[in-house]
Ligand binder design. Structure first.
Ligand SMILES: [Zn+2]
Length: 261
């Protein structure tokens, strides 16, 4: 879907003289060098690599359009210091996630809700949701990031940290007055995300190579998880009618605009 949809043009051009509407339409048919308004796009994940792997193509498209794109994750903490040992798994994982975000040209900001909860049934602190955590995350997302559009995990997911990210984000969205578009993204559908059904697709064929490069940066996961995501995005591409696509579920009570890229 292009950055400016026909529908959005028609909305924006209501009331314009005919020639003005025509010029808006003509502009939309050429490349958009600068966005009319710089959007704050936030993708909330459980782990430092989730936004990049679940919505990386879409986020990169927004970034290339000149929008401010943040991958915000519950875990990971501050970037490793210069003395950190990259042979330590957690350090390597964090550095890999940073590299993947850099390839996609998006900012990665990791909260420090836990030391990580990498097991299905191990109750790590990232998956804890208390009243206080709902409050602090809501305030953080709404007051610091002031998002215009938000992505997060689908709530039915194998991983507790993904579920926590989804519920925290949903609660913040409710507190916002449902004022920004809320899209759910998928991770390893069938394996992690379950019972997911797409309502929207983004053709990421133009980002096929860049997203693959970002995946290659994730050295701990590339061999085992990339094939799942590659299959998923090709399947979504087939559904969308293009080579590769990312699929999302749009909360129907959230606004349709700003639109997907
Ligand atoms: Zn994850």
């Amino acid at each position: 879907m292009p950055g400016v949809t026909r529908r959005s043009i028609l909305r924006r051009s209501q009331g314009l003289p005919g020639y003005a509407a025509a010029s808006v339409m003509a502009a939309a048919q050429t490349k958009q060098p600068e966005p009319a308004r710089k959007l704050r796009v936030v993708a909330v994940g459980g782990h430092g690599d989730d936004p990049q792997t679940c919505a990386g193509g879409t986020l990169a498209l927004y970034a290339d359009q000149g929008h401010d794109v943040v991958a915000l994750t519950l875990t990971g903490g501050p970037p490793p210091g210069p003395d950190a040992n990259p042979q330590v798994r957690a350090v390597r994982n964090r550095l890999d996630s940073i590299k993947a975000a850099e390839i996609l040209k998006i900012r990665l900001e990791c909260l420090d809700y836990s030391v990580g909860n990498m097991e299905q049934f191990r109750y790590g602190t990232a998956c804890e949701i208390t009243g206080q955590r709902y409050k602090e995350f809501t305030e953080l997302l709404l007051d610091k990031y002031k998002p215009d559009i938000v992505f997060t995990h689908w709530p039915i997911d194998f991983h507790m940290d993904h579920r926590a990210a989804s519920l925290l984000t949903y609660t913040a969205w409710l507190h916002s007055g449902k004022k920004f578009p809320l899209y759910y993204m998928e991770a390893e559908t069938g394996t992690q995300t379950q019972n997911f059904f797409p309502t929207h697709y983004v053709d990421i064929t133009s980002m096929e190579q860049r997203t693959h490069e970002a995946w290659k940066a994730l050295s701990l996961w590339y061999d085992t998880v990339w094939p799942l995501h590659d299959t998923m995005r090709r399947m979504r591409g087939g559904e969308r009618g293009c080579k590769v696509a990312e699929a999302f579920n749009h909360h129907p009570q959230s606004p349709a605009f700003p639109a997907l890229p």
